[in-house]
Write a protein that binds this ligand. Structure first.
Ligand code: AMP
Ligand code: GLY
Length: 428
């Protein structure tokens, strides 16, 4: 099989690397890819933008690509799947209609209410006075979310009522997130521990991936401003076998059935961001229509099954295997190395050293990098994700940080405590 991966981040590096390792795959193209994908065996970068659907279709035809796998949410929400369907080409990812589960939080909340999927109680507003009344009635803590895509930053968890009202004001006026904030969802604060749960769906059924957990806040102890994700590990100990079964029965299966009965059968990766209550009850914090980033880096580092065949079977409707997927039993932990300043304005163009210092059972995934005049330089907020694999969380963590310690650039910054919750559970 010849595969095209759409996107240029760390998740796409992990997807391209995993697909290139699939026994059924002969060649992988990445559009546009990054310096990490460029250096993988069997992967070729092609300078086509992931949002230019006509150019992508043209590329697929020229290079005889059998299957396109889409990494980021933006092209999915914009309808890349429908575009490829119309061109008679195979594309793994949900349709524009189904991708609204990520593209509009209000739509996702209505969907969950309609299909009995557990989530925080909420209301949707376009009017400030009505939102303020609701916030004062519910009290704090309370959560305010911009309806549309905001690169993972459109959520304010407010400890005080006034903070929530200010957040709504900023969003509805268009100041905070442009058009993405002109409608807001206000929802109850959920207690518990978060987990990321990803599946492959073929429209009729779901195959779960190994669980994972990410760290969204910038600072140690999960404090500070939210980011796209500062690190992640797999498996997530909070997802015990009993919790796993509840997630499948209470969240994933109702979603598969609900999407089909709403006339938008869901094919592609589905990522459920969940809050697991102390009694093990899962509630949906968000749905994403793609793999998580950085969750994909540790999760795919553990995948032993053939990802390309799985994606192809989902698109062809030839049935997903009953026996599930095979996983490396070890723990994988990824630390995101960021550019100074991230998630606010950050530096770029700094020379990166230490990329070639291989360490067994570790892997460096590129996210925001570029080829500079004399080598690879920083070119994004989240620059690299360094994954370590080990027998247990402590050993995976040690390896990831050991590999990270040999990488340098001016004002490199990363959290030193990725995995702390799993570590605390492991030593209980
Ligand atoms: P989202 O983009 O919807 O995943 O939200 C970003 C982050 O905000 C989540 O990962 C949670 O840490 C937090 N969050 C979102 N909704 C809630 C909620 N209802 N209760 C508690 N925390 C939340
Ligand atoms: N790591 C969170 C996300 O991909 O949405």
């Amino acid at each position: 099989m010849r595969i095209l991966v759409v996107g240029s981040g760390g998740r796409e590096h992990a997807l391209a690397w995993t697909l290139a390792r699939s026994p059924s795959v002969e060649a992988v193209f990445a559009a546009p890819g990054n310096p990490g994908t460029a250096t993988e065996d069997n992967v070729t970068n092609v300078d086509v933008d992931g949002g230019d659907f006509d150019a992508l279709v043209d590329l697929v035809r020229r290079r005889d690509v059998d299957l396109t796998v889409v990494g980021p949410e933006a092209p999915l929400v914009d309808g890349i799947r429908d575009h490829f369907d119309a061109a008679g080409l195979k594309c793994f990812g949900p349709s524009k209609a189904a991708a609204r589960l990520e593209g509009s939080k209000a739509f996702a909340k209505e969907f969950m209410a309609r299909h009995g999927i557990p989530t925080a109680a909420s209301e949707t507003f376009t009017d400030l006075a009505a939102a303020e009344r609701y916030i004062r009635q519910r009290g704090a803590p309370i959560v305010v979310k911009a309806d549309g895509l905001a690169a993972g930053k459109g959520v304010v968890v407010a400890g005080e009522v006034d903070e929530a009202v200010d957040a709504v004001r900023g969003m509805l006026s268009g100041d905070s997130f442009g058009d993405a904030g002109r409608q807001v969802v206000v929802e109850d604060f959920l207690e518990g521990e978060e987990a990321s749960f990803t599946c492959v769906l073929d429209g009729e059924r779901a195959i779960p991936f190994a669980s994972s957990q990410d760290h969204k806040p910038r600072d140690e102890g999960d404090r500070g401003p939210n980011t796209g994700g500062m690190g992640a590990y797999s498996p997530a100990p909070v997802v015990t076998p009993a919790v796993h079964d509840r997630i499948m029965a209470e969240v994933v299966e109702p979603l598969v059935r609900g999407a089909a009965s709403d006339g938008m059968p869901y094919q592609g990766f589905l990522y459920a961001g969940l809050m697991i209550a102390p009694d093990g009850a899962p509630k949906v914090v968000e749905f994403n229509c793609r793999f998580g980033d950085p969750e994909a880096q540790p999760v795919l580092s553990r995948l032993r099954s053939d990802l390309a065949t799985l994606c192809l079977r989902a698109v062809d409707g030839t049935g997903l295997a009953d026996d599930g997927l095979e996983w490396d039993p070890r723990t994988a932990l990824g630390v995101v190395l960021t550019a100074g300043g991230y998630p606010l304005a950050y530096d770029s163009g700094d020379a990166i050293t230490g990329l070639d210092d291989d360490l067994p059972d570790s892997k460096v995934f590129h996210a925001g990098t570029a080829f500079g005049a004399t080598g690879i330089v920083t070119a994004g907020g989240r620059v690299l994700c360094v994954v370590g694999l080990g027998d247990g969380i402590a050993s995976a963590q040690r390896l990831a940080y050991q590999r990270a310690a040999s990488i340098h650039w001016r004002r490199i910054s990363y959290r030193r405590d990725i995995g702390f919750r799993a570590l605390a559970r492991a030593s209980d």
